[in-house]
Every structure is written in structure tokens, then in C-alpha cells.
Write a protein that binds this ligand. Structure first.
Ligand code: MG
Length: 251
């Protein structure tokens, strides 16, 4: 596995101890290219055209507005931004649906986890409307035991209380949980909450350069880089590997 670590967090998972795997959606399982194109390119361009502002100026204005809500549920709330900007964002998501795709190896890694009997939960800050659109075009729900949006728990993943609520609502034992995400603030909150194995995905958008790893958190170029240690530690002993369930939109 490709791990970059100088951390107090373990860089190689102890798969025998891990019961639950919690995974972020955008930039960890699904390619962040879709979201970057929507929020940083298409929305500023179209919103700017409507207000007679060029793309660069519109992007700067929207960035200020987005940054003012960063780390809150509003930041991730489609209803909030649709109302704030007077723009039908769900319609734009559907229009750009051809960009919704799994990151390299992610679908296969999810199937590997399920074949080894791991409980796999999606833990996303995406608004339920965004989650439904992603699920409609990627069938992501068929590869998880449950899809959890932080909006249903009342706090974003950046909030230290997220994992307390996750533990209570979804019977997650953080001491036997692996969590991967591409957002450093979210990962630091998970580390503080005692999640035992934590990984930062360094290549969330397949069309952009990789992020640098941060101190204290092992980095992976791709989620799928965890697959080799899983197969080494927990080989399938007998019987056919079950075929992936769903996966209609898998590349
Ligand atoms: Mg993410």
C-alpha cells in the first residue's frame, strides 16, 4: 500500500480488529471532479452570466460566500445555496451527471470489504438531495450497509460531536473503526474523537494534482491502496467471491 506517514495513527490497518469501515463519499469513493466542475466552474459561469459578471469575478464572489459558511451544514446544503443564489442547483447536478464516477479502484475495494464481512458505512457531509443524485447515477447505495448524511445527525463531520452521534445512531465502536476522507479538518475531528485508523485520500479529483499529506495522518493516493493489506491479512479461504451487487455505473 502507498502510505505516507509520520504519524501517531497506525499506517497499516489491523484488519482483524476492524469491524466497521466508514468512508467519505466525494473525493474518497467518488471522483471530486464532478463537484469541482459544478461548484468552481459551471455554477459561477452560469450565475455570472445571469448577473452580467464575468466568470473570474463571479467565482471570486461565490468563493467569498462559500467560505463564510465553511465547516457548517449550510456549506453542504443544496437548499441553502439554491435559495441564497436563486439557482436550481439540483437541476445542474442532474445535467452534469455524466461526470459522476468512482475513483480508480474504489468500487472494487468496496466489494472486497463486503466480501471480507466488513460493515461499510458511508459517512458524508453531502446533503440528502446531493446524496440521492449521486446514488441515482452510481448505485453507490448497493455497495454500503448504510448511507449516512451528517445532515441527519445535525452536525457536520468537522464537529467533534459527529462521532458521538454516529456511535449512538449507527452502533459504531470508534476503537474498531477505520475512516477515510479527503478533508483534513474532518480527519482531525475523527482523530480527536478516537477513531482508531484514519487515512487521508490525497488524490480526490482525478484531473488535479495530488494533495500533500499532513503530519499525524497517514495519506493514500487512493482508497484502493488499502486493498493489498486487506487481501494479505484476510485472504478468502474458500468458496466463490460473491459478484458485486449493483455497480451499474462502475467504470
Ligand atoms: Mg470528501
Amino acid at each position: 500500500m502507498t502510505a505516507h506517514s509520520d504519524s501517531r495513527a497506525a499506517s497499516v490497518p489491523d484488519w482483524g480488529r476492524i469491524e466497521t469501515v466508514c468512508l467519505d463519499m466525494d473525493g474518497t469513493v467518488l471522483d471530486h471532479r464532478f463537484d469541482n466542475r459544478l461548484w468552481l466552474d459551471e455554477l459561477p459561469r452560469r450565475w455570472g452570466e445571469r448577473h452580467g459578471i464575468d466568470h473570474a469575478a463571479a467565482a471570486a464572489l461565490l468563493r467569498q460566500r462559500f467560505d463564510s459558511r465553511r465547516g457548517t451544514l449550510d456549506y453542504y446544503c443544496v437548499d441553502h445555496w439554491s435559495a441564497e443564489l436563486g439557482f436550481d442547483i439540483p437541476a445542474l447536478k442532474h445535467e452534469l451527471r455524466s461526470e459522476i464516477r468512482y475513483l480508480e479502484g474504489a468500487a472494487e475495494f468496496l466489494d472486497l470489504l463486503r466480501a471480507r464481512g466488513k460493515r461499510v458505512l458511508l459517512a458524508t457531509n453531502a446533503h440528502p438531495i446531493s446524496l440521492a443524485v449521486k446514488n441515482q447515477y452510481s448505485a453507490i447505495g448497493q455497495r454500503f450497509d448504510a448511507l449516512v448524511s451528517s445532515h441527519e445527525l445535525g452536525v457536520p463531520k468537522e464537529d467533534p460531536g459527529f462521532w458521538t452521534r454516529m456511535a449512538r445512531a449507527h452502533a459504531v465502536d470508534v476503537g474498531r473503526t477505520l475512516f477515510a476522507d479527503d478533508n483534513v479538518a474532518v480527519l482531525r475531528a475523527a482523530l480527536a474523537a478516537g477513531v482508531a485508523w484514519i487515512y487521508q485520500v490525497l488524490l480526490p479529483d482525478s484531473t488535479r494534482p495530488a494533495h500533500a499529506p499532513v503530519a499525524g495522518i497517514p495519506g493514500l493516493l487512493r482508497l484502493a491502496d488499502l486493498g493489498a493489506s486487506l487481501e494479505d491479512q484476510l485472504p478468502l479461504l474458500a468458496g466463490p467471491v460473491s459478484s458485486p451487487r449493483g455497480g451499474a455505473a462502475s467504470p
